[in-house]
Design a protein around this ligand. Structure first.
Ligand code: GAR
Length: 207
């Protein structure tokens, strides 16, 4: 069975990366092969998770260079590993239009809210949950979407709702959204996108 060569881009703890690796180990991602973990920070714990799983890891540090130089480093590594699909799993840099256009419907992102609420520039990590609590929403959740040139604006693949409960802090809500939504829908959406990539490739080669 053919598999889509996939890179996971990370910046932090990597619990979403772990959810992907666990799903793969359980046989839930039959069309996905993880071939690279790329981190924008050298101290990201996600790198350890990648190493533990025996996946090649690469650091493309965001700090101290231009966006163009940063993206060029990532692109060269993606090419070297023949990557076909990219998962942004807690990746805290916004990719340029030029980068994104190279991988149409080939880049996925997990966002910790029900887009289009609490998305776009400035809405990342804990800030998303702070904003949801400040607004007083009673339901939030997570979204996995394709990445296009609009931050958090690409086509939605999957969403899952999560209750906001009395007494929630941003940290408590973040954890609940991860456990009840992100770690479930990210692997599911990854397999859906991989199947689409393989079927598009098949149609092309049959022509
Ligand atoms: C996750 O909640 C993810 O949805 C969020 O950062 C966290 C990373 O955690 N991503 C964004 O906010 C992107 N806009 P992790 O490193 O443990 O997966």
């Amino acid at each position: 069975m053919s598999k889509v060569k996939t890179a996971v881009l990370v910046s932090g703890g990597g619990t979403n990366l772990q959810a992907l690796l666990d799903a793969e180990a359980k046989g839930m991602l039959p069309h996905v092969q993880f071939c690279a973990v790329i981190s924008s920070r050298p101290d990201a714990y996600a790198l350890v998770r990648g190493e533990n799983a025996g996946i090649p890891v690469f650091v493309a540090e965001r700090k101290g260079k231009s966006q163009e130089a940063f993206e060029q480093e990532i692109l060269s590594y993606l090419k070297k590993q023949s990557i076909q699909m990219i998962i942004l799993a807690g990746f805290m840099s916004i990719l340029s239009e030029d980068f994104v256009k190279r991988y149409p419907r080939r880049i996925l992102n997990v966002h910790p809210a029900l887009l289009p609420s609490f998305g776009g520039k400035g809405y990342y990590g804990l800030h998303v949950h702070e904003a949801a609590l400040a607004r007083g929403v009673k339901v939030t959740g997570a979204t996995v979407h394709y990445v296009n040139e609009i931050a958090d604006g690409g086509e939605i693949i999957l969403q899952k709702a999560v209750d906001v409960l009395p007494g929630d802090t941003p940290e408590i809500l973040q954890r609940r959204v991860m456990e009840q939504a992100e770690w479930i829908i990210l692997p599911q959406a990854t397999e859906i996108a991989a199947i689409e990539i393989l079927s598009v490739g098949k149609v092309k080669s049959e022509k």
